[in-house]
Each structure stands twice: as C-alpha cells, then as structure tokens.
Design a protein around this ligand. Sequence first.
Ligand code: NAP
Length: 483
Amino acid sequence: MSEKDLLAHVPTGLFIGGKWRPTASTIDVLDPSTGVVLASIADASAADATAALDAAVAVQDDWAATAPRVRSDILRKAFDLLQERRDEFALLMTLEMGKPLAESNGEVTYGGEFLRWFSEEAVRITGRYGVNPEGTGRMIVSQHPVGPCYLITPWNFPLAMATRKIAPALAAGCTVVIKPASLTPLTTLYFAKLLDDAGLPAGVVNVLTTSSSSAVTEPLLHDSRLRKLSFTGSTPVGQKLIQQSATNVLRTSMELGGNAPFVVFDDADLDAAVDGAIAAKFRNIGQACTAANRFIVHASVVDEFARRVTERVKGFGIGRGTEEGVTIGPLIDDRAVAKAGKLVDDAVSKGATLLTGGAPVDRDGTFFAPTVLTDVQPGSDILREEIFGPVLAIVPFTDEADAVRLANDTEYGLVSYVFTKDLARGQRMIDKLQTGMMGLNVGVISNAAAPFGGVKQSGIGREGGFEGIHEYLSTKYTMTPVP
Ligand code: NAP
C-alpha cells in the first residue's frame, strides 16, 4: 500500500463506544523526517474524555462476564489480523515516529506478541481453595477484573506500548480508555480499527487523542468510576499522575524513565559487547527507556571498545526510515535534537573526548548525528539525565566495586547490561545492580513472556509475563465455614 493510501485508511476521529467521532478542532501529526503534515486528527476535550469513560463503564460488567475463551479468541484474532496488516503498521510507525522500517517491523512482531501471549493467559486466570490452619473453614482466593482502566502511552513505541497494556487488560476482563501520545497517535487509531475488525464489542476499547493531556486526564483520574491507571512515559509526568491518582486510591502501573548502565568487564567477549552496545544504544535511534545511557567500561579494554563502536557508528546510514539502508532516522522533534546537543556540549566542556558525531545533521527533519564520547567525566549531565538520542557515552573504571557504584549512581532503576564471561561475577551483578531487569551478555531484553518494569524512580508494576495480567486483576479472599 502506498503512503497516501495507507494514511487515507487511518481513522482520524475519537473512538468512543464503537463509533468514530470527529471534533471541532484538530491536531496535526507530522513526519519527523520532513516536517510535513501526515494527518489531522481529533482533539478531545474533558467532556469527550468523560464520554469515553461512560462508554467503558457501560460495558464493563458484560465484558467481565464474557467467557475467557471468547476474550482470548478476540485477542488471537487481533494477533492474526496484525500479521496480515504487518506492512501497513510498520510503515505507519515509520511515518509518524521516524524509526527505520526494519525496526518498525520488529515492533510489529514484539507488539503483536502481547496479543498472542495474553490471548493464552486469558484462559489461565486461577485462584486457590484451601483449609484454614484451624481447620474450621474453607478459604477461597479468586481473581476479578479491577474495572475500567485508563491507559496512557508514549510516542517512542507506538504499537507495542499500546498492546502491552490493552492485551492484558482485555484478557483480565477490563474495559479501557487509551490516550496515545499526540506526536504518534495514528498507530493506536489504526489498531483500534483492527480491534473492531477482530470483533471486539463496542465500548471495550475507547481512544482519546488530545493536545491537552493534562486537561483530559485529571478529570478522569478524579472520576470514581475509573479503577486503574497504567502509564508509560517520563518520570516527572508519572510522579504527577501518581499524585492525582491518590484522590481515588487508584491502582497504578508506572513504566517510567531509565538511565541504563552498560558494564563491560575486562574478561568480556568484546565482539559480543560491541554488538550488544550497538543494539542497546542505537535501537529506536536511542529513544528507548531501555537504551543504554552510560557505558561503564574497564580501563584495560576501554580504548579498544571505543575504537570498535566508533567504527560501527561511522558506518550507519542516516535518512528517512522508509529509505533502503537507513539505520538512523530522525529524532522525534526539535526539542530532542536540542537536548542531545546540549548534553554532548556539556560533556565535552567537562573534559570528554568526542570520537564521532556530536551535532545535528544539516538536512530537513530532526536528525542528530550518531555520536560517541569517551572519557566522560563525573558530574557531566549526560551521566545523570536520560539522553533519549543516538549518543554513546563511555566512562572507564578499574575495579568491580567501582563499576557497581557507578552503575547504581542514579535515581532510575529500569535495566542494566553486563558483559562478562565470569559466571560468578555475573551472578554478583544480578544481586548488586539496582534495576528491575538485566541483560547479561545481551543488549536487547524485551520479550512479551517476561515481566518488564523497573525499581526506584523507573516505576511500579510489571508488563508482560505471568505477572502482566495481575496488574489488571484484584484478589478477593472469601472465608466459608466447614460444609
Ligand atoms: P511523556 O512526556 O511523559 O509523555 C508520555 C505520555 O503522557 C504521552 O501520552 C503524553 O501525552 C502524556 N502526558 C504528558 N503530560 C501529561 C499530563 N500532565 N497528564 C497526562 N498525560 C500526560 O513521555 P514521552 O516523551 O512521550 O516518552 C518518553 C519517556 O517515556 C521516557 O522517559 C522513556 O524512558 C519513557 N518510557 C518508558 C517505558 C517503560 O516501559 N519504562 C517505555 C517507553 C518509554 P502528549 O504527548 O499527548 O502530551
């Protein structure tokens, strides 16, 4: 399908109660590689948000009472349709977000797996039945859908961040209102159409697109009919939403920012470490919460590591994600380009050595040259802030305790990467690094079958794995006397 035909097929309204609704005002969605407007979509108000919650509330009981096998079959049908429409979803993500087509295809695979995984989990929600220790009663523990959920997603993985929330919510029997990021809403709108085609009853999933996230969100969080917020985005916004969720003591799942350490020990397989570094840093043009932010490399291998990654980075193809051979697309917007530039300038001014890149690319769109910095000095902003761009920053270390101290020296705790051939050392790192996930001799860890999530200011809760569905289930304990 051509770009034009695809865009003509993407709905542009709000999806409420199974119907597409236009709004008086609209939001322009841009192609970050050219700045050209791709589509103009509906701009929801607080009243539209209430209407979306009304729709979700109206069908909550019916959806919760729908047989798990039926819920499962709808998710499985959605998985199958996504495979059929794979090329369309991949192209749409590349158009609105900028990542190379091959990576968008990878996201269709990854995002689709949540549909398949949770179609399988929908029929495996179990409880317990037992005798109390006194022998006087029977204890029944059962699981129930938490109720209507509000889901907020970021722009960096337009499909996977939506399916990672929608699939477990539907599997558990919850209805949802989802608000995608205003920068990349088209994929979620197109996905809502797919869910409709898969036979999802009207009102079970509702989509709000808006240019005023806070004006739409706050009233919803203060509406006592809403029972859960699942948010993926930055830590500062997450903190604000946790505060707003306190009023109604909402269940919350928070997938927030990261500042991943990537530790290379002197005994590491350097080929594997370089491959892992390239994947962990430059996937999604560095715009991933799991992106390696600080490369902590043993002094005896740091020069060789820096030389090899720089060689690889110099070979990257920069361009629009639809073009052949492109591995680095644009950043999402001007602010992201300015931030990458500021972090590089700060690091260099404090003594870092720039090995390649370091500045915006002189062409249309929001491109920043893939960059390698070495010998980054303590106190540099780049070690503290989430870079969210294609900048690889290296810090040398000399002993293991030092590496652990440097790795844990952050308020974030999403993921860490460790490269070592020493099994005992690897096990020590599992114990000592303060992160919710770890890649041990591997640079990409995301998997629908695994519990994704962080500790410290990287969040609360887990998405995916056996754990993921429990974010959308409440545990009820019932006591009955001996029959
Ligand atoms: P963001 O600015 O926090 O926005 C995330 C979402 O929240 C968007 O839908 C945004 O909508 C909405 N939002 C912003 N302010 C809001 C408010 N006051 N009330 C309600 N909603 C609000 O983050 P981002 O720039 O899109 O995404 C990048 C961040 O997400 C990074 O920090 C990254 O690490 C994190 N992330 C985490 C994970 C994870 O699983 N831990 C995964 C991916 C990304 P609008 O854009 O429409 O305003």
